[in-house]
Design a protein around this ligand. Structure first.
Ligand code: 26Q
Length: 807
């Protein structure tokens, strides 16, 4: 085995890479493939993470610091090699070392498969938070599932989305350490023995949760935390015993469940399907995590009363909400607490983040199914609900975690949490007024806001070297990377024409790079002088990609009527996946692709309008698109987008926003200034009022000739040839229009034309873009984590863990 090396010079790194290639991979340089080199570099980099990782653990337990446990069904981490290299400050050394070995660094980086263990915003937020907690030196564990297959790959077949399986673990994962000593048997189904205080659960089947640890390294390697992902393993020996007792079916079922439980990520990010396997996944990873947390606490030998001072558990939405019942169970069964003590203590440990108000996305399980899978926990939930009622005698009658035969996970999570937070100021206020209205009245201190943030290490420093180089030079160092507020110090330079030219040159550089990539991958080459207009996110009716494509059709139509007018050249870029079962979202994808085909083949559009929809939008694609965007589309129906985080990434990288007053757009606009943000559309209150207007969509269509033309173009088969193809979309739009696409259309269209005019004055545009960059420092996920420490985890006294680090 090679000696773990820690040297950071190109020469030392090259030596480690060569050693790993030889001794860990067993390959000779002349015969090594790109993937062999990637593995060798990854292992060499990994060696350099291990020391800070150990030191962080020593500091945490030596100082008896409070630990955060971030429980999440999803961690959308993407590629890990570049992140680690960058955070360790090894980028130049790695490039040079590989060059000396005859290997191209960028090719190695891009060879890595993405860890797409998430659907979208919620999962990516968890990844940004892990990185920020490591950067800030907050002792933290991430807990999730080690899915064998992450989010599906998307391709287009004649414009329609086709999903194929993704297998990120096909080749060895150099970032994980298997921990055979950390394993828990997780049971499902079966029956309860005894009543009264002492109950024993005899599960019908069980699966071993086996731990895999991934180190998460912070900026400049000052601190490292652990992301522990659970994988299902068959119970083996236990099975044999059952088999010998003649319980063949139970034995076999357990084995097949073990193989299934961590196999795939549910690709749905909204509609709650109520599937049995999903509930089992939730319980599986949550129960293993809670037991792991409690085992570690017990090993410290402290009194159980100390638990809330040492342990905070953060539930990322309700997917891990069963943590409350499991924690109570462990406190009863393993720590000998009485029920009331256990239930009261749980509230001091647990917290819950809500990410959506959409009624169809609020988790609820049929009581019967719940009891079948988790009989003991169903009993506990009834007692927790009753305990909450006893503690809050004024609780309204209909307020209960179990209602109309359903277990409401949001209500349950709220009752068991010390703090409940929304993810933007607007969303938090709406939580108080809508879904949690009654609970908020009962617990007015419980709901707090923590506006989302994004890690500047990945989303600015490493995604956009052209811009970050300019910032570093302007500010005389890289201090801004973990003190993002310092971006405001570039503001005085924006008035300097020479400086602004360089800012513009960075954007142009990124647009050329994107154009070249699109040429290589899709054979389509947008003009870097055109306005790059970007909408990247999951496809959802409320996010209104439909509004964008309708406006695209209207613009195309307008150009055709008068081709010689002075049109502002535009490239419309879409990226995003639809849930496989979300038929309407899939029709929207089909329509965008049909429109793209017509527009891109129309000779009149050359140099004027282009529509690009690269398939399989993911973290790596986001890294290419975001630095090249001029315009960021954040056009959801007001009140529907909890926060958004792509909006922050785009604005930080100097894209101006066209957006509604929704989610974090509101705060982005306050920070960058209303004059540097293109606001349109109805507010939350106006949306409410408009919904009550009979035939609101038809009225809006009748008042807007451009919209009515665009709809008839779709209805006449202009896109795809078949007039019936989009019949359902048109029906939804004209007869239902739940998301008020029609009513916001005219304002959206005229705002887009204002943007054209504004982009015509390129100098002023760049000035506005640079002001966006300068004023977005607050949206660093470092700030969000500090807010969590202060408002949720009560860790303000603990300060920065890095300072307490031993050695
Ligand atoms: C639930 C039950 C069964 C199957 C799937 C799900 C499920 C899975 C994922 C429900 C929701 C999600 C993901 C939600 C999500 O990503 N929400 C987004 O969270 C971001 C981070 O806070 C916000 O910025 C976005 O506004 C919000 O839409």
């Amino acid at each position: 085995m090679p000696q773990p090396a820690t040297g950071a010079t190109p020469k030392e790194l090259a030596q480690s890479i060569r050693d790993h290639l030889t001794y860990s991979i067993g390959k000779d340089a002349p015969h090594a493939s790109l993937s062999d080199w990637r593995m060798a570099l990854s292992l060499a980099v990994r060696d350099r993470i291990v020391e800070p990782w150990f030191a962080s653990t020593r500091a945490t337990y030596g100082g008896n610091l409070k630990r955060v446990h971030y429980l999440s069904m999803e961690f959308l981490i993407g590629r890990l090699l570049e992140d680690s290299v960058v955070n360790l400050g090894l980028d130049d050394a790695a490039r040079e070392a590989l060059k000396g070995l005859g290997v191209e660094y960028d090719e190695v980086i891009h060879d890595e498969p993405e860890a797409a263990l998430g659907n979208g915003g919620l999962g990516r937020l968890a990844a940004c938070y892990m990185e920020s907690m490591a950067t800030l030196g907050v002792p933290a564990y991430g807990y999730g599932l080690r899915y064998e297959h992450g989010l599906f790959r998307q391709r287009f077949d004649k414009g329609r989305q086709v999903e194929t399986a993704e297998s990120w673990l096909k080749s060895r994962n150099p970032w994980e350490f298997e921990r055979p000593e950390a394993a828990y048997e997780i049971g499902f189904g079966g029956w309860i023995e005894g009543d009264g205080a002492k109950k024993i659960w005899h599960p019908e089947e069980s699966v071993i949760a086996a731990a895999y640890d991934m180190p998460v390294i912070g900026w400049r390697g000052r601190w490292a935390n652990t992301l522990r992902l659970w994988s299902g393993k068959a119970v083996g020996e236990f099975d044999l015993a059952r088999f010998n007792r003649g319980e063949y079916i139970a034995a076999g079922a357990a084995e097949s469940l073990a193989r299934t439980i961590s196999r795939v990520l549910y690709p749905d990010d909204s509609t709650e399907a109520g599937k049995e396997l999903r509930l089992k996944q939730e319980y599986f990873f949550t129960a293993a995590s809670v037991r792991d947390i409690m085992r570690r606490f017990a090993s410290q030998g402290e009194a159980i009363a100390k638990l809330p001072e040492r342990v905070a558990i953060q539930m990322n939405d309700t997917h891990p909400a069963i943590a409350g019942a499991e924690l109570v169970r462990v406190l009863l069964d393993d720590f000998g607490q009485d029920f009331d003590t256990a239930a009261d203590m749980a509230v001091r440990v647990l917290n819950y983040t809500n990410h959506t108000l959409l009624p169809e996305a609020l988790e609820a399980w049929h009581e019967g199914l719940f009891r079948k899978i988790l009989p003991r926990h169903m009993d506990l939930i009834e007692r927790i609900d009753d305990h909450h009622k006893r503690r809050n005698p004024s609780r309204p009658l209909e307020l209960s975690a179990i209602h109309h035969g359903q277990v409401h996970m949001g209500t349950l999570a709220f009752m068991q949490s010390g703090h409940v937070n929304g993810v933007s100021a607007l969303h938090t206020e709406l939580m108080k007024e809508t879904v949690f209205h009654d609970l908020h009245r009962l617990h007015p201190e419980r709901i707090v806001n923590v506006t989302n943030g994004v890690t500047p290490r990945r989303w600015l420093y490493s995604a956009n070297p052209a811009l970050s180089g300019l910032i570093t030079e302007t500010l005389g160092g890289e201090d801004w990377v973990d003190h993002l507020d310092q971006l405001k110090l570039i503001e005085p330079h924006i008035g300097d024409a020479g400086w602004l030219d360089r800012y513009a040159a960075a954007k142009r550089h990124n647009k050329i790079a994107l154009s070249n990539w699109l040429n290589d991958t899709m054979g389509i080459t947008p003009d870097p002088d055109a306005l790059f207009d970007v909408q990247i996110k999951r496809i959802h009716e409320y996010k209104r990609q439909f509004l964008n494509i309708l406006e695209t059709i209207a613009y195309w139509d307008a150009i055709r009527q008068n081709p010689e007018a002075d049109w502002q050249p535009r490239v419309k870029i879409f990226g995003g996946k639809a849930a496989p079962g979300y038929a309407v979202a899939k029709e929207i994808i089909h329509l965008i692709n049909d429109v793209a085909k017509v527009i891109n083949n129309d000779p009149l559009m050359r140099g004027r309008l282009m529509v690009v929809y690269p398939p399989n939008y993911n973290v790596s694609m986001a890294v290419r698109l975001i630095p090249a965007a001029d315009l960021s589309e954040q056009i959801s129906t007001a009140g529907k987008e909890a926060s958004g985080t792509g909006n922050m990434k785009l604005s930080m990288n100097g894209a101006l926003t066209i957006g509604t007053l929704d989610g974090a757009n509101v705060e982005i606009r306050e920070h960058v200034g209303a004059e540097n943000f293109f606001l349109f559309g109805m507010s939350t209150e106006e949306v409410e009022a408009r919904r009550a207007v009979p035939d609101h969509a038809r009225k809006a269509i009748a008042e807007c000739p451009e919209l009515s033309r665009a709809i008839s173009l779709i209805g006449s088969g202009t896109f795809g040839g078949d007039p019936a193809r989009y019949g359902r979309l048109i029906d939804i739009l004209t007869n239902w229009d739940t998301y008020l696409v029609c009513s916001d259309f005219a304002d959206y269209l005229s705002t887009q034309r204002k943007i054209d005019a504004s982009f015509g004055d390129r100098e002023n545009w760049h000035r506005m873009a640079a002001l966006n960059t300068a004023r977005m420092g607050w949206f660093s996920s470092d700030r969000s984590i500090r807010d969590y420490m202060e408002r949720v985890w009560q860790m303000e006294g603990q300060g920065d863990g890095r300072e307490k680090r031993a050695g």
